[in-house]
Design a binder for this molecule. Structure first.
Ligand code: NAD
Length: 260
């Protein structure tokens, strides 16, 4: 149902973003993937997306800490495919440390990648969406856009900010056929979660098993990690015409975490 539409997905060389790209490609959209990683592996993903979609797939190496590269990613996609109809702000990193020891450069990087990059990409993409009177802007926020956890000051701040940004953009674009929403997963098993286990072990003086069961899944009443496919299926729904009434929302996929 997305033939002729173009989706730009930041941070889509891995994890949730890659699952979004696969789901949108399966519906026939042109895809722009973005993110870091092994060049050959990224090229293999790009080719697979093109084959799955029967449409185009390109890779943008834009660094989400660089405003000019972010705008160029959006404008290049418009040049190549004629439009950016679906913009998914998904790139994100994590750092776990008590606030008094939180490295200043990690704070700056998390605010840039997890929050400001969405401002820059939306700013670049909205004029085209307004002109065409159709657009879908989706930010991958987090349960941490609604509640906090200790030792994640930068991440929780950035994710709360993303939720506010989506609401503001929803109001500004409401009469233009554009929706702007957040999807807020709980713990999804991806490299981002796997990588924070050692630091959490250190910060809380716990074993790997204790971190998984007593920290990560302790707050998730289903006691299961959310899957990337579950999150991607919500993106597909938000891209349907039937979802045009959903805007400014922050939709949880968190196994009940924020119901508590
Ligand atoms: P991941 O580490 O698998 O993927 C992150 C992606 O962002 C990768 O493609 C990486 O290359 C890219 N990236 C990192 N820095 C970048 C930069 N400077 N410029 C461009 N790309 C960059 O992580 P994930 O778990 O798939 O996370 C995706 C999003 O989902 C993040 O915003 C994360 O905060 C959010 N999220 C994840 C979970 C979870 O449990 N995994 C839960 C809630 C929200």
């Amino acid at each position: 149902f997305l033939k002729g539409k173009t989706a730009v997905i930041t941070g889509s060389t891995s994890g949730i973003g890659l699952a979004y790209a696969k789901a949108l490609a399966a519906e026939g959209a042109n895809i722009v993937i973005n993110g870091f990683g092994d060049a050959a592996a990224i090229e293999a993903e790009r080719v697979a997306l093109e084959q799955a979609s029967g449409a185009g797939a390109t890779y943008s190496p834009a660094d989400m800490t660089k405003p000019d590269e972010i705008a160029a990613m959006v404008h290049d996609a418009e040049g190549r495919f004629g439009a950016v109809d679906i913009l998914i702000n998904n790139a994100g990193i994590q750092h776990v440390a008590p606030i008094e020891e939180f490295p200043i450069e990690k704070w700056d990087a998390i605010i840039a990648i997890n929050l400001s990059s969405a401002f820059h990409s939306i700013r670049a993409a909205v004029p085209g969406m307004k002109a065409r009177k159709w657009g879908r802007i989706i930010n991958t926020a987090s349960a941490h856009s609604l509640v906090a956890s200790p030792f994640k000051s930068a991440y929780v701040t950035a994710k709360h900010g993303l939720a506010g940004l989506a609401k503001t953009v929803a109001l500004e674009t409401a009469t233009f056929g554009i929706t702007a929403n957040c999807i807020s997963p709980g713990y999804v098993w991806t490299p981002l979660v796997e990588k924070q286990i050692p630091d959490t072990m250190k910060a809380r003086n716990m074993t790997r098993e204790q971190v998984m069961n007593d920290v990560l899944l302790a707050g998730q009443p289903t006691r299961e990690f959310v899957t990337v496919e579950q999150v991607a299926s919500l993106v597909l729904y938000l891209c349907r015409d039937e979802a045009r009434g959903i805007t400014g929302a922050n939709l949880s996929v968190d196994g009940g975490w924020t119901a508590q």
